[in-house]
Design a protein around this ligand. Sequence first.
Ligand code: C2O
Ligand code: CU
Length: 456
Amino acid sequence: MLSRRHVLQGLAATTALGALPRAARAAFPLLDMGPSAAQIAPGDMAATDLWTFNGTLPGTEIRHAQGERFQWRVTNNLPDPTAVHWHGIRIENAMDGVPGLTQEPIPPGGSFDYDFALPDAGTHWYHSHAQSVEQVERGLYGALIVEEPEAPDVDADLTLVIDDIRLGRDAQITADFDNLHDRAHAGRIGNVVLTNGAPEARFEVARNARLRLRIINAANARIFTLGLMGLDGWVMALDGMPLAEPRKVVDPLTLAPAQRVDLFVDVTSDEAEAFLLHFDRTGGYAQASFTVTPGGNARRDAPKPLPPNPEFPIDLANAVPQRVLLEGGAMRGLAEARLDGEMLSGRELAQRGMVWAINAQAGRDATPLLEVALGQSVRLGMANDSAFPHAMHLHGMHFAEVLPDGGLGPLRDTILLGPDETKEVAFAAHNPGDWLFHCHMLGHHAGGMGSFIRVT
Ligand code: C2O
Ligand code: CU
């Protein structure tokens, strides 16, 4: 939670930077956060007002080679303070973009130079991390692609940033970002589903071509269930991290908020079209459509795995255990929890907009959930004692699920827990700093489901 106090301190502390003469600034490319608009509703309706990076939804697709330095200047032309988080990058803490934890917020009119190493190839993304339940909803997100040193053997590399937004009859994003009902239920679910900022995304592809689809769920709270039609493929990477063995896509794929999946798919359709579908209670819908043009011969070989990223081995036998109890929300509620050092009743908390807690703590205060020595391995035993799903995300380090057989699942940075579900994850605390740990259903985070882990 970004407190008013932090915002004001931030304003005082960073205005001086905004006043620096132009010549004193390095020539980083700009990522400008500001208002823009796009035609999202049908053409006879108004354009939708957005907040975006560099004027487009999603923002500029940033691509760098693995091992390069990321050096971009973020300028804030929004009416509110902000900061940008580079989701999925095992980044240095000061560049992580969490206002009040890793940096002061960037005030309106101010700027911040983000400058960090890119150790991992993969499909990552960036988004506002200030009042994110509003700022991400308004459009402040984009893809951050780090390319493998050697391009994998595909015919096309397509990024699909999927999202949903809630539009009113006037085609504008409804301003009920902080409403307690959304917070206490599944979060803010939109009524218009988008791919790359458009309700109907279409790509032209050749029959038998092999495509890399980089799918990023940038939605506030929607869990996407995805399927393929006329496409045949493999899961190559999850949350940016390559799988040691590509997995054939058979069942629908679940993509929680903030999660990514890299697929290699072959265009096998005999028809003029193929689809990426999303399923909901009422059926399957085209999330993206592919116009199929004549092409070459079918490939039958399974793809080779993507090259591995640097490894930080998890020492499960000597890992520090930590219980993580997720509570609150509609139906169950909170009996009581601490907020800013004070124990409050569920009713008092709700009056302050807080409806969720981690280990009986509502929202982040100065106390970490866990403090751990650099290099130590950690096991987080998470229990979702609520009636809603949560997409738990750890900054700065990827974790692996501890599977029932005692083995480790693939590395991820966000894991979905269904109602009443328990899951254990483990990670090596290889990255020093204060790392946010929160639900990526952004209303849940705003409503108290956020803490941090300190690695010293
Ligand atoms: Cu996508 Cu706290 O992050
Ligand atoms: Cu949640």
